[in-house]
Design a protein around this ligand. Structure first.
Ligand SMILES: O=C(NCc1cccc(CNc2ccc3[nH]ncc3c2)c1)c1cc(-c2ccc(F)cc2)cc(O)c1O
Ligand SMILES: [Mg+2]
Length: 214
């Protein structure tokens, strides 16, 4: 039977990356997606912006919405301080199966909790299920029409504190117009656009970094 693109991406990691070396996992995925098959990872160019935001915040608690194959999960987890926790939500079970193996190959599973399900169901349960008070960083990379409703839900559930950072992928391509309008016009956020390109292409895309002001 035919393999899926995530399965072929995992194969490239197992063939070309060194177990326990997150950087080699990231490089193997980028090489595969640039030279073999495009895939919707945040990619190397936007990934460097993600890295700098993570290093700047040095977060103790991170929420990632949209794991896919675990590429950004590995990038973030490999930069977290000891005892920091990254919770990553994935709705698609086939993606989750692959992501767990990519995360394990990179050797960052200690810092990562992959939860299968939808953001709308899990965000209200974060505090009771995982003992989370607030998130220092949220990386939004799931269904683009969920960015705004989930941001409002996180506000309502008290998961954001003064200084919490939202970092949103794909605000240009595929685009998240309602989300952008909200964070750029709300007095409760200080928002900034980091211009870049759609992963592995010359098409414009970028990340929006929005600090919650409380
Ligand atoms: O759409 C995108 N990603 C989201 C996505 C997509 C499919 C499935 C899932 C299922 N995972 C999922 C769902 C709901 C969820 N709720 N909570 C967790 C959670 C997890 C998620 C995307 C697309 C493009 C793109 C494609 C084509 C093109 F031409 C240009 C650009 C580039 C990207 O960087 C992208 O990130
Ligand atoms: Mg994305």
């Amino acid at each position: 039977t035919q393999s899926t693109r995530p399965q072929r991406l995992l194969g490239a990691v197992q063939k070309n990356a060194t177990r326990g070396d997150p950087c080699s996992v990231v490089k193997a995925i980028d090489h595969f997606c640039r030279h073999k098959e495009w895939a919707m990872n945040v990619g190397d160019e936007k990934g460097c912006i993600l890295d700098s935001v993570v290093s700047e915040i040095n977060p103790a608690t991170v929420l990632e919405l949209g794991t896919y194959c675990g590429y950004s999960t590995v990038r973030i987890a490999s930069r977290l301080p000891p005892h920091a926790k990254l919770i990553t939500l994935e709705f698609n079970p086939d993606f989750a199966v692959i992501a767990r193996q990519v995360i394990a190959w990179a050797g960052v599973e200690e810092k990562v909790q992959l939860v299968e399900g939808a953001s709308g169901d899990w965000i209200p349960k974060m505090k009771e299920q995982f003992g989370i008070k607030t998130f220092d960083l949220v990386f939004l990379d799931h269904w683009k029409d969920r960015y705004l409703p989930d941001t409002k839900l996180m506000e309502e559930c008290g998961l954001l504190r003064k200084g919490s950072v939202l970092l949103a992928d794909n605000v240009i391509c595929p685009g998240t117009p309602e989300y952008l309008e909200y964070v750029r016009n709300s007095p409760r956020y200080e928002s900034r656009y980091f211009k870049s390109h759609l992963e592995y292409t010359k098409v414009e895309d970028g990340l929006e970094k929005s600090v919650f002001l409380g």
